[in-house]
Design a protein around this ligand. Structure first.
Ligand SMILES: *Cc1c(COP(=O)(O)O)cnc(C)c1O
Length: 463
């Protein structure tokens, strides 16, 4: 074995073999050298562990082809499309919401050339980027005014900075949430320059608790949607209408960090009751913030909607400029919001809502189709089984959505290795491991992805 190791050729010598020399010519010398080093390191490891008994032939086409494949892999975009077979529909690590075709077209139209991003085409004067979506947001939520920033975290920070810097923000102990990615509400309040005044207990907070905490320095009553967990049992919290009445009496602003913003009533479609933005504003909340890429199903964005005078204070704040939404997201957001207007049916044309609301029979049919494709190969024994998918993205935390998985059984690879190989495919396939096997949840997979999954499984089992 150590002989075999010693006999491995040097990178320099390999560069002079015709096959590899052609690669240096076709690609570049540095890329070829890197790929050769990596290939040699892998061979060395395999010889050491005994996975390989003797070195491969370095002169043949097979070695040069393998090096070429490495170079190609290195040239692929780092950030690329992936197939989400995790069963988590709004998966933050996988880019949250896929966009509707209409949103993609809008991006294309704005990105390829110039646009009227900040120009009023009637007067030819400078315009505001926010006007492109403000009317739509107001129409869909009943708000008087709206602005949009780059995500909901920014929306919360901007709102609290503009409304409460140097003053007190009163919030319930039951709602001091962490969203993940180190977004903790108490920290964000501190960053805004406001002081947090906690009231109530983890499970119970009453109107009187807020009332007693209000003082000379209070500027904001803050409500936040406990979007990614639930406290159940012996619980109480004042209604939005109660808090709104209190805010009005004391001249304060009632702000709600909603996170996952829903524009339509999902409970009418067999999904759980999530607060609808329009209802929250109707109940008297002055300002509500929510994400563009959670249940709304659009691009990353932080939407702020509410009373004209309150939004006006945010509009004038210098921090808005540092958080402004870019034109591509704005184009996608406008197009997505338009899909909430008749005659469109958002459940049919917004991908996250479609994935969430599709009948389980549709998902089962997709699973059967993939299992059939996989079994044609005979490389593994694919079988389908019922499963539970989740909305993800800090939305509907307790609500499982009936789904189907394709289980990849009877394969030689251990499940973590197989899952890792699937992630290395092009496009990557992200599966889940359960009950000691790799399972592909089909709820967030598109029909047209099945062939790519079959190829990825094939490749993984061959590797
Ligand atoms: C997700 C979430 C946020 C952060 O939203 P981003 O768009 O990811 O910045 C803030 N607040 C709540 C309640 C959330 O659920």
């Amino acid at each position: 074995m150590s002989d075999a190791l010693r006999q491995l050729p040097q990178v320099q010598a390999l560069l002079e073999t015709p096959g590899v020399a052609a690669l240096a010519e076709r690609y570049s010398r540095p890329e070829t050298v890197d790929a050769l080093r990596a290939a040699l390191a892998e061979i060395r490891d395999a010889l050491r562990t005994g996975a390989l008994e003797r070195p491969p032939s370095f002169a043949g086409d097979a070695f040069a082809d393998a090096v070429a494949e490495r170079i190609e892999a290195g040239r692929r975009a780092n950030l690329r499309g992936a197939i989400n077979a995790t069963g988590i529909i709004i998966h933050t690590n996988l880019g949250r919401a896929p966009l509707a075709p209409e949103a993609l077209e809008a991006i294309q139209a704005v990105a390829a050339g110039y646009s009227n991003l900040e120009m009023d085409l009637e007067t030819g004067e400078r315009g505001s980027r926010y006007t492109h979506v403000e009317t739509l947001i107001c129409e869909l939520t009943g708000a008087d005014a709206a602005i949009v920033v780059n995500n909901c975290a920014a929306a919360v920070l901007l709102s609290l900075t503009a409304l409460a810097s140097g003053r007190d923000v009163v919030a319930s102990r039951g709602e001091l949430i962490e969203i993940g990615g180190s977004f903790r509400l108490p920290d964000v309040i501190r960053q805004s320059g406001a002081r947090l005044v906690e009231v109530g207990a983890t499970n119970k907070t009453k109107r009187a608790d807020y009332e007693q905490a209000i003082g000379e320095e209070t500027a904001v009553l803050l409500k936040s949607h406990t979007s990614n967990f639930r406290i159940v049992g012996f619980t109480a919290a004042p209604s939005r209408a109660d808090l709104s009445a209190l805010a009005r009496e004391r001249g304060l602003v009632l702000v709600e960090d909603l996170g996952s913003g829903v524009l339509i009533d999902l409970s009418e479609h067999g999904l759980p009751d999530e607060p609808v933005v329009g209802d929250i504003l109707k109940a008297g909340v002055d300002l509500v913030m929510f994400s563009g890429d959670k249940l709304l199903g659009g691009p990353q964005a932080g939407i702020i909607a509410g009373r004209e005078d309150v939004v006006g204070r945010l509009r004038k704040h210098p921090m808005l400029r540092a958080m402004r939404i870019d034109k591509l997201s704005l184009a996608a957001l406008e197009a997505t919001l338009r899909l909430y207007r008749p005659p469109h049916d958002p459940l049919q044309c917004i991908p996250v809502l479609q994935a969430l609301s599709a009948p389980v029979e549709t998902v089962e049919a997709r699973a059967s189709k993939l299992a059939e494709l996989l079994n044609q190969d005979g490389a593994c024994a694919a079988a389908i089984a019922p499963s539970t998918a989740h909305a993800g993205g800090g939305a509907l935390p307790q609500h499982g959505v009936a789904s189907f998985v394709v289980k990849l059984g009877a394969v030689a690879l251990p499940p973590d290795r197989l899952a890792a190989q699937l992630r290395q495919a092009d496009p990557p396939v992200v599966a889940r491991i359960a009950d000691g096997e790799v399972q592909l949840d089909m709820r967030a997979v598109r029909d047209e992805d099945c062939a790519a999954i079959r190829d990825a499984v094939r490749g993984a089992l061959r590797a």
